[in-house]
Design a protein around this ligand. Structure first.
Ligand code: BGC
Length: 360
């Protein structure tokens, strides 16, 4: 069988200043050629940078492999996504790749896919409460949180410093199964320091529910951060660190800090390396982000689709973690990569992810 080689995976970990390894190496993905099959790709929204990149990469790579692509964005509206996916099925798409707005809201469409024997790939976000999910490809979501938590431990030198340090927390969308993993990954690292009193959450908001941000919206994160700042830090008290689960929420916190805060600027975490956040990283307003190279994930999914359609064994590396309340979905987890002002050039510019102009 003719194999087309697309080798561009940077599934390795570039971890600077954290005692973790540098590039773990490049992996090559063997992508089997398609035969003009139509693949439905359902993305949640065009509002956030990463999903535009995910959609573009999937389209580009699927087309390069010989598939026809039916790419649709759902404007963060669950009903829109549901009907888009149903239309994909009725218009003859042979495989579905879905990044859900809300993991548990696509049940009817997934049942329809199963009845029509259409394989479904959950893309980045797990599809919940359904046995119609064939595979899941994502970045290791718990590890994203661990990287963020460890970064705060190192940056505040929590092992050695006396503290106490003030911490606030901004988490993700409760409708997105990933958000809990990010939160738990970070809080499993940070909770011992909260329990010992080295970290103090002055707002008192420490549970996922209290810290969550519906639909990951920057504006929602910003107004919650403004409330926290005016209620707890208006007298000039420092907030030393702000754990933000991703870049869109970090941006909200950074906007709130710019508007309402007079203390020393905190350490702020993020995820995705969105352009605005990388600019903020360069400007000293965000300390780190977690880089999830969307090209890597797209390559992996295209590879898995090729294997499935050719009756080969599908490449997974986790068959235990991602239970969607009905089945445990065989998964492929890519490794997230730590990014900060010291390594962003190598990671984002040298790899061709961004151009210098993108970051101006
Ligand atoms: C993704 C993150 C992203 C967030 C908001 C999550 O499901 O894994 O990378 O920041 O959604 O779009």
């Amino acid at each position: 069988m003719k194999k087309q080689l697309i080798s561009m995976i940077l599934c390795g970990a570039m971890v600077a200043g954290m005692g973790l390894s540098a590039f773990a190496g490049e992996t090559e993905a063997d992508v089997l050629p398609g035969n003009g099959q139509k693949i439905g790709v359902s993305m949640p929204t065009k509002d956030l940078q990463r999903w535009n990149q995910d959609g573009d990469n999937m389209k580009k790579q699927l087309e390069a492999a010989g598939y026809v692509v039916d790419l649709q964005y759902a404007s963060n509206d669950v009903q829109t996504q549901l009907s888009q996916v149903e239309n994909m099925i009725s218009s003859g798409d042979e495989v579905l790749v879905i990044a859900a707005i809300e993991g548990s809201s696509l049940g009817e469409a997934l049942t329809m896919a199963k009845e029509n024997e259409i394989p479904v790939f959950a893309y980045d976000r797990l599809l919940m409460d359904s046995d119609a999910v064939s595979y899941y490809a994502t970045f290791d979501n718990y590890m994203v949180g661990t990287v963020q938590g460890n970064y705060l431990v190192d940056a505040l030198d929590l092992e050695n410093a006396d503290g106490p340090f003030n911490l606030e927390i901004t988490a993700g969308d409760p409708g997105d199964n990933n958000a809990g993993y990010f939160f738990n990954g970070a809080m499993d690292v940070l909770n011992p320091y909260i329990e010992s009193g080295k970290l103090v959450v002055k707002s008192g908001q420490k549970t996922f529910e209290e810290c969550a941000t519906a639909q990951w919206k920057t504006e929602t994160a910003q107004s919650r951060a403004e409330n926290i700042l005016s209620s707890n830090y208006a007298d000039g008290t420092n907030v030393d660190a702000w754990l933000c689960s991703n870049d869109s929420t970090a941006l909200g916190v950074e906007n709130a800090l710019a508007a309402n805060y007079t203390g020393e600027y905190p350490i702020v975490t993020g995820q995705d390396c969105d352009k605005e956040n990388v600019k903020n990283m360069i400007a000293g307003k965000q300390s780190m982000s977690v880089f999830k190279d969307t090209r890597t994930l797209a390559t992996q999914v295209v590879k898995m689709i090729g294997q499935l359609l050719n009756g080969q064994e599908v490449d997974v590396n986790d068959t235990e973690t991602y239970n969607n309340n009905v089945i445990t979905v065989p998964s492929y987890l890519c490794e997230p990569v730590f990014a900060d002002v010291n390594n962003y050039k190598e990671l984002l510019l040298d790899s061709g992810y961004y151009t210098e102009d993108d970051l101006k």
